[in-house]
Structure formats: C-alpha cells, structure tokens
Design a protein around this ligand. Structure first.
Ligand code: ATP
Length: 367
C-alpha cells in the first residue's frame, strides 16, 4: 500500500506562499495530476513530497509512514524531473540502471529491469549510446525508463513529456498512462497542460497561487468547476462567462443579459440564487453545451455571428452577446458565415451560476 497523504503543507519563499495549506490524499495506485499555470506551486508541492524542499508547515505520509523529515533516499520514491538529470557521459543502459546499482541490486536483476524499462519506452536500440548524442525527447524517455526500472511504489513526475515534439507527446501520453497502470505505482504527475491532465489523470488537483482549488475526476473538474478560474483554465476553448442580472419573472428566475435577453433557470434553481434577485449574476457555459439553429427556436436568443473558425471536427463561432464574447461550438456541417443571424439556446441544466464578486460557482441549473 502506498497511499500518499499531504496534510496542511505550506512552503514560503520570502513573503510569498508558494504552497498554502495543501491537503490531498492520493490513493494507492492512483494517478493524480497536479495542474495549474506557471508559478502556481506545483513543483514546490511535488518537491515537498519528494523530500527535496522541506515544507515550512504540515506533514507528508507515504504508506502511513510520516516521511516529513526523511531525506529523499529514505522515502521509497522514484522521480522524473523536467530537466531529466541524466548523466551525459554514461551509456543509456548505465543511466537507467544507476539507481539500481546504488541500491546494490544484483547484476542479472539490473539487466532484466533495464531491458524491460527500455522496451516499454521504445529505446531498446539506444541502450549502448550516450545521452550527449541524443535528442531531448529521447533523453526524457531515458529518465522515465530509469524511474520505472526502480519499481518504486511511488512515482513523482514533473512535466516528463515537456521536451517531446507534439506527435510523440500525444503517443507517449497514452503509452505512459498504460505503463503506469501496469507498474501499479501511486503517481503524482505535474503539468500545466490541461489536455494532458484531462486525458491522463484518475483525478486532477487544480492549483492557483499556491492554493489547491479543486481535486476531482477529470469529467467533474471539466463540467462542475468550483469557481471561474477552474472553468477557464480547463477546456479549450475555456468556459464562457456571461454577465447579467438575476430577475424574477412570471415563469420563474431568469438571468437578464445583453439587451434584455432573458435566460431562464430550471425550476430547480440552487437555493443560493434565491436571495440574489436583482443582483448581478454571472453564467458559465461550455462552448459545446449551447445549441445553435439557423431558424428561430423556442427560448432561443437572436444573435449575430462575428467570426467562424473551421477546426476540422467542429466549427467555432464567435458571438457577441451584449458585452460578453462567446465561443460556440457547432458541427462542421452547420453552414454559416460571419454577419449571419442565428438563434442560440442555453439549456438551463448546462448553466453554472457564478457569484461575480468572489467568482465561486453557486450551483448548477440542474440541481
Ligand atoms: P512551473 O510550471 O513554471 O514550473 P510551478 O507551478 O511548478 O511553476 P513553482 O516552481 O512551485 O511553480 O513556484 C511557485 C512559486 O514559488 C513561484 O512564485 C516561484 O517563483 C516561487 N519559488 C519557487 N522556488 C523558489 C525558490 N527556490 N526561491 C524563491 N522562490 C521560489
């Protein structure tokens, strides 16, 4: 069992909190992605788990053992860093086997594990070469192979695919996910690439300014963000946000947006909305959650398309609604042009209601 528990971990540099009161439990064999923009504290938190930077407060437990004050070598972990830290003068074989030699593993066992890791990473032909003569992507795969060869129960990875070209990265994403399932390690994986996070993680912990905002399964983080930051950081295009005023009309609650357009809530509006009538409200909705038609439709808003971006599998329309600029995804067969009038429906159950003051999601139209 190698559950990782991060309890109240903080790390301060000068007067900046790089990590503030982080609490996370990564289950045995789980693949947890730490996601967030540059400088949000992902690496600092990973280093605290690795034992490379002592936390200023809090505890780290691995497999129930308090490792907060243990050096990295005594934590039974294996690491891959963005800088991949492999030795240029050693052959790939010696690099992959380095940690095993340090831990006095037998020569036959080292050979077996190095061959196996090299095969998994498709670098078996490079084993006798030196990293100095290799590409960044190949070196990065050597670093991943070295970490896997250790067969540690805990694997910590900091942007391990950052130096691969786009195609190899796509391939390695799926490959690494499969590999990690096979090796059954508990993994923390740091990235700022939200696609990588969505596609690889069992769960994603989204960080901002040193604070974990939300930790949930990818589908939940995507469709039920806890705040506007998470909704805008995850997804391409980001979630749309529409500012309006909450009104009570004969048919129930509506958000009044743009030039008096009314967007209705479902009958099961979240309780948090009730006291907010006549106050500003912000709606969040995904590009693919809106329905566009060329003809007037029930409850649809009449809008004009300003830009059409054909992206192959979808067309992305830009539509101005009052002061709000929306991105709306449509099927490529929906043939429209800039300047054309269309009708836009915002299904109530797809709307996330946000408090514009603190940008927290109050509840969903479906609840
Ligand atoms: P990136 O994706 O760019 O690697 P990150 O999310 O991993 O970013 P960290 O490297 O953890 O972020 O940095 C978090 C904050 O702490 C940043 O403001 C950074 O400038 C600061 N920081 C990190 N390491 C140090 C250090 N050794 N000394 C001073 N400040 C630091």
């Amino acid at each position: 069992m190698a559950e990782i528990r991060i309890e109240g971990v903080s790390k301060v540099f000068g007067d900046t909190y790089a990590v503030r009161n982080a609490n996370l439990t990564i289950h045995d064999q789980e693949f947890l992605v730490l996601l967030g923009p540059s400088g949000c504290g992902k690496t600092t938190l990973l280093r605290a788990v690795a034992g490379l930077g002592m936390a200023d407060a809090g505890q780290v437990l691995i497999g129930g053992r308090d490792v907060t004050y243990l050096p990295p070598g005594e934590r039974k972990i294996s690491m891959v860093f963005q800088s991949y830290a492999i030795f240029p003068h050693m052959t790939v074989r010696d690099n992959i086997g380095f940690g095993l030699r340090m831990s006095k593993t037998s020569k036959t066992e080292i050979k077996r594990r190095v061959d196996e890791a090299a095969e998994l990473l498709h670098i078996e032909d490079l084993l006798e070469r030196r990293p100095a003569d290799m590409s960044g992507g190949q070196r990065q795969r050597v670093a991943v192979a070295r970490a896997l060869a250790m067969q540690a129960e805990v694997l910590l990875m900091d942007e391990p695919l950052s130096n691969l070209d786009a195609l190899l990265r796509l391939e390695m994403r799926a490959e690494l996910k499969r590999l990690l399932r096979e090796v059954k390690a508990t993994t923390i994986y740091v990235t700022h690439d939200q696609i990588e996070a969505l596609s690889m993680g069992d769960r994603i912990a989204v960080m901002r300014d040193g604070v974990i905002q939300q930790c949930d399964e990818p589908a939940t983080v995507y469709s039920e963000p806890v705040n506007q930051f998470v909704g805008s950081f995850i997804g391409n295009p980001p979630m749309n946000f529409i500012d309006g005023v909450l009104r009570r009309v004969d048919t129930g609650l509506v958000a009044e947006v743009g030039d008096g357009f009314q967007i209705p809530a479902t009958s099961e509006v979240p309780d948090e909305l009730m006291p907010r009538v006549d106050a500003p409200i912000r709606l969040g909705i995904r590009a693919e959650s809106m329905v566009t038609s060329a003809e007037p439709a029930e409850g649809a808003i009449e809008v004009v398309i300003s830009v059409v971006e054909p992206l192959g599998a979808q067309n992305l329309l830009t539509i101005d609604l009052g002061d709000n600029r929306l991105k709306v995804s449509t099927h490529p067969s929906f043939d429209v042009r800039p300047g054309q009038t269309v009708w836009l429906q915002l299904p109530a159950e797809q709307i996330r209601w946000i408090d514009p003051a603190d940008e927290l999601v109050l509840g969903t139209g479906a609840r």
